[in-house]
Design a protein around this ligand. Structure first.
Ligand SMILES: [Zn+2]
Length: 419
C-alpha cells in the first residue's frame, strides 16, 4: 500500500506521544533525495560540488550543499557521491514509430515500459516531442504513463504530419504497418484537420515543407503552409517543418514555422547572412546530425562521402549557432534505429557547441520554446522533479550525457542502470 499524507498523519496521531517528530519532518514514501552529487542547476549557474536535491510530491522541494539540505524522514535516498545531476533532458525530435511502439495496443505494460526505456529514458529523456506518428497510438501510451502503470517520459506529440505527397521513404513503412496519413490539398481541408488534431490532443503541428519523391523534391505551396501555421498558432501550438532543401526552408520561414526539424546538408552551405535570416525569423533548429550518418549508410555511401556530408551538416548548425540561433537537441530517433545519443553529442561538440550550449539544447531551450520554462529545464525549488543522474561529468566529456545512471520523472525513478 502506498501511504498517502493523510494516512501518515493518522498513523502519527495514533502513535501519540511515542512519536516525537513533527509531522512536517515526515516525508512520503514517494519522496526522493539525491545526495552528494555535483549538481548543474542550470546553464548559467556554477555547479554545486557536493549537493543534495530533495523531491516532494513530484516537485523539487530543496536543493543546495549537502550539509545545508534537510532530507525528509522516510524519503528514498540515492547516494550520488561521484555522480553528476542535471535537470531531466528533452529530446525535441523523436518518432513513436519503432516496430516496438507503433502498435502499443498489442503490448503489455512491461513491454511498453521496456520499449520506452530502450529508446528514451535510458538516455536521460524525461520529456520528448514526437514530431510525426499516429496520434491515437501516442494517446494510448500517454494514458498508460499518466495512470502510473507504464514508466515513461512526458510525451508531447504532433500526431500525423501534413504533407502534399507521402514521402517516398515512408511509403512502405506505412503500408506494412497499416497506417494511413492523408495528403493535404486545400487550405480549408488542412485548417479543419489542424483543429481536429488539436482537439484530439496534439501539442503541435508538423508540416513537410519538402517531400522527397522519386527523382524530385516537392515543396509545399506557401499558401497551404501559411494556412496550417496560422491555424496552429491560433490554438497556441508550435509548428515544426521537415525541410530537405533551402527552398523548403524559405517556405518554413515565410509561413512562420517555429522549429526546423533538420539542417539541409545536400543543399548549399548556410552563409552567415542566411543563418541570420533564420535567427531573425525566430526559428529554432533540431540538428539531427546522426540522421545523415544513418541515411548515408542506408544508401551505401562511401565513408568519405559520409564524412563530407556530416561535415556540411555540422557546419550549417555551426553557422546557425554563431548567428545566435536556438538549438533544441533532437535526433530523429524512432525514424532511425540508433538510440544511443553519443554520436549526436559528439557532432554537436565538433560543430563548435560548448558544454553550456549543449546543456541548454537539452534543457532550458526546449522548455522556453514550448512554454514549459516556469516548471521545467532547471533545478530549483518548485520546479518539476525531473532529473538525470550521470556517471561522468559532461563538462569534461560531452558523451557523458549518454551515460545515465538514473532517470527521474516527478520524483519517480523511471530508469535505473544495472549495477
Ligand atoms: Zn523526423
Amino acid at each position: 500500500m502506498r501511504i498517502g499524507p493523510f494516512v501518515s498523519l493518522l498513523l502519527i496521531l495514533a502513535l501519540g506521544g511515542t512519536y516525537q517528530s513533527h509531522a512536517s519532518d515526515v516525508g512520503h514514501a514517494s519522496d526522493l533525495a539525491l545526495v552528494g552529487a555535483r549538481i548543474y542547476l542550470s546553464t548559467s549557474e556554477a555547479p554545486i560540488e557536493s549537493g543534495t536535491v530533495v523531491v516532494h510530491d513530484g516537485r523539487i522541494l530543496s536543493v543546495g550543499p549537502t550539509a545545508k539540505v534537510k532530507v525528509l524522514r522516510g524519503a528514498k535516498v540515492i547516494d550520488c557521491k561521484g555522480l553528476v545531476v542535471t535537470a531531466g533532458l528533452w529530446n525535441s525530435h523523436i518518432h513513436i514509430l519503432t516496430p516496438g511502439l507503433v502498435h502499443a495496443d498489442r503490448l503489455s505494460v512491461e513491454e511498453t515500459t521496456e520499449q520506452l526505456q530502450e529508446m528514451l529514458t535510458r538516455w536521460g529523456f524525461t520529456t520528448v516531442f514526437d514530431i510525426a506518428s499516429v496520434l491515437k497510438n501516442d494517446n494510448l501510451i500517454r494514458r498508460r504513463i499518466a495512470s502510473g502503470e507504464v514508466k515513461g517520459p512526458r510525451i508531447l506529440t504532433v500526431g500525423e504530419p501534413f504533407w502534399v505527397k507521402t514521402p517516398i521513404y515512408v511509403q512502405k513503412f506505412l503500408k506494412d504497418n497499416d497506417i494511413h496519413i492523408a495528403e493535404v490539398h486545400s487550405a480549408a481541408e488542412a485548417r479543419e484537420r489542424v483543429r481536429q488534431q488539436i482537439r484530439d490532443g496534439a501539442d503541435g503541428i508538423k508540416i513537410f515543407a519538402n517531400s522527397v519523391e522519386y527523382k524530385e523534391i516537392l515543396t509545399m505551396p506557401l499558401d497551404l503552409a501559411k494556412a496550417i501555421v496560422e491555424e496552429a498558432h491560433k490554438a497556441g501550438k508550435p509548428v515544426f517543418a521537415h525541410v530537405s532543401n533551402n527552398e523548403g526552408i524559405s517556405v518554413a520561414i515565410e509561413s512562420g514555422v517555429d522549429v526546423l526539424a533538420h539542417t539541409t546538408p545536400t543543399d548549399s552551405a548556410w552563409s552567415p547572412s542566411f543563418a541570420k535570416s533564420l535567427v531573425d525569423a525566430h526559428v529554432a533548429l533540431t540538428p539531427t546530425l546522426t540522421l545523415w550518418d544513418a541515411e548515408s549508410k542506408k544508401a551505401n555511401a562511401s565513408q568519405d562521402d559520409i564524412d563530407k556530408g556530416m561535415g556540411r551538416a555540422a557546419a550549417q548548425m555551426e553557422a546557425f549557432v554563431r548567428a545566435g540561433g536556438q538549438v533544441l537537441f533532437g535526433t530523429d530517433v524512432g525514424y532511425i534505429q540508433k538510440f544511443d545519443t553519443s554520436e549526436e553529442l559528439e557532432w554537436m561538440s565538433r560543430g563548435g557547441m560548448s558544454f553550456q550550449q549543449i546543456l541548454a539544447s537539452l534543457t532550458t531551450n526546449p522548455a522556453q520554446r514550448f512554454g514549459y520554462s516556469a516548471h521545467s529545464g532547471r533545478i530549483a525549488k518548485g520546479m518539476d522533479g525531473d532529473l538525470v543522474v550521470l556517471s561522468v561529468d559532461p563538462a569534461k566529456d560531452i558523451t557523458a550525457f549518454a551515460r545515465v545512471r538514473y532517470t527521474i520523472r516527478g520524483g519517480q525513478v523511471i530508469y535505473a542502470a544495472n549495477g
